[in-house]
Design a protein around this ligand. Structure first.
Ligand SMILES: [Fe+2]
Length: 253
């Protein structure tokens, strides 16, 4: 079994959806895929994508990203926690796991998270331009820090008994993994949380897969390798980013 990583597939872009549609139905029947969030804000598209990937891979493990939790099209009573519950059920119904997958050789552990201001304060420009502030909905009195704390608290803390442990999240677990140009640094505060990395280390992770920043990176920090294999929007893709990435070479590095 080979292990692949993919995030930020954003299949509302037709060419991204087409790429998923054209993935081989045979080549990955014995492989596992980490799908690290940001598929679509449409339930119908999410269902299509999860089903399409589950049909192609032996195992698909998924954490939702921020776009997957947008509820601006839903009735006012539906919030983004409700969407998260819905996605867990949707995933399970289509053969995609949102739970840890553990064998003696390899454990793969999904970690929910959000952003909480630990990467910097929200500027007026960020408050104006960041779509989550209008597209996500949380219960009254629940701010981003509380969302992040609640999602982190829902994660498993039991260190898996496995020779190699892989963790994954949609959000960035350390600010020093951000590689954006100066033009985009105003987004840093909504990229992730510093509270996530201690969880990764508590679980004994060797390799952590993340997404959200739309920058493909492989970086080692204090004994853990962090990889981002974001597919990204068509305008930012390169031949290297717009393909499926096997992350086996980093499993035992
Ligand atoms: Fe994202």
């Amino acid at each position: 079994m080979r292990l692949f990583a993919l995030s930020d597939i954003h299949i509302d872009h037709p060419t991204n959806r087409q790429w998923v549609d054209e993935l081989s139905l045979h080549d990955h029947r014995h492989d596992a895929l980490i799908l690290a969030g940001d598929v679509s804000d449409s339930i119908a598209s999410l269902r299509w994508c999860l089903e399409a990937l589950a049909r192609r891979f032996h195992i698909v493990l998924f954490v939702p990203g921020n776009h997957d939790l947008w509820v601006y099209r839903e009735a006012p009573g539906i919030d983004s926690f409700d969407r998260l519950d819905h996605l867990r059920t949707l995933a399970a119904d289509h053969g995609v796991s949102t739970q840890a997958w553990i064998t003696p050789e390899l454990a793969i552990v999904p970690l929910l998270s959000w952003y909480d201001g630990t990467f910097g304060e929200y500027s007026p420009e960020l408050r104006q331009r960041w779509a989550d502030f209008r597209a996500c909905r949380w219960p009254a009195g629940v701010d981003d820090a509380a969302v992040c704390a609640r999602l982190l608290a829902s994660n498993t803390t039991a260190r898996p008994v496995a020779r190699t442990v892989v963790t994954f999240s949609h959000f960035v677990p350390r600010r020093d993994l951000l590689t954006r140009s100066e033009k985009w640094t105003f987004l840093d505060p909504v990229m992730g949380t510093s509270a996530l990395d201690p969880c990764i280390r508590e679980l004994g992770s060797h390799l952590h897969v993340f997404g959200h920043s739309h920058r493909q990176v492989t970086i080692e920090r204090d004994g853990v390798t962090y990889v981002n294999r974001a597919f990204g929007y068509p305008a930012e893709q390169t031949p290297e980013s717009a393909r499926l990435h096997c992350i086996d070479p980093w499993l035992n590095a």
